[in-house]
Design a protein around this ligand. Structure first.
Ligand code: FEO
Length: 167
């Protein structure tokens, strides 16, 4: 694998681990305001992001490269409202989609079609991530200040479980 591709993939490992860290901070925020269903949804998100990071880490080694772990930035700790937190999730996922698109550009530039095929999985995943976050943002906007609606959504979000995606 070309060094440029390896470097770009390594950067993405860090971005995925940062995502995991950010959602762990959001889990803590939801715990602190006693929305345990939201917190539990975030825990699944933490696991998904860790899975994404490790998936790229494994791929670097599979291609004969070396995964290099950099420092993970400190995430925010607090959000004004559950809506603000989920707007942040949506904006963050849109940002990650941009990073994946850039990675694919690198793969195409260096004519690494294997890396391109590997990264296609992430393209599909990002569509789902943005759609899910967008739906929750919409629901929270509809709920507004109605606490019974919020608790109903909390109960619904509690049902999410982490399923290891099939390779
Ligand atoms: Fe790994 Fe939420 O993108």
């Amino acid at each position: 694998m070309k060094k440029e591709m390896e470097k770009a993939l390594n950067k993405q490992v860090n971005a995925e681990l940062y995502s995991s860290y950010l959602y762990l901070a959001m889990e803590s925020y939801f715990q602190s305001i006693s929305l345990s269903g939201f917190a539990s949804w975030m825990r699944v998100q933490v696991q998904e992001e860790m899975f994404h990071g490790i998936k790229i880490y494994d791929y670097i080694h599979e291609r004969g490269g070396k995964a290099r772990l950099e420092a993970i930035a400190k995430p925010e700790e607090k959000w004004e409202t559950p809506l603000a937190a989920f707007e942040h999730v949506l904006a963050h996922e849109q940002h990650v989609t941009g990073l994946i698109n850039n990675l694919i550009d690198v793969a195409l530039d260096v004519r690494d079609h294997a890396a391109k095929a590997f990264l296609d999985w992430f393209i599909t995943e990002q569509v789902e991530e943005e759609s899910t976050a967008g739906q929750i943002v919409d629901r929270l906007r509809l709920i507004g200040k109605d606490s019974s609606g919020l608790f109903l959504l909390d109960t619904e979000l509690a049902k999410r479980v982490f399923v290891v995606p099939v390779k």
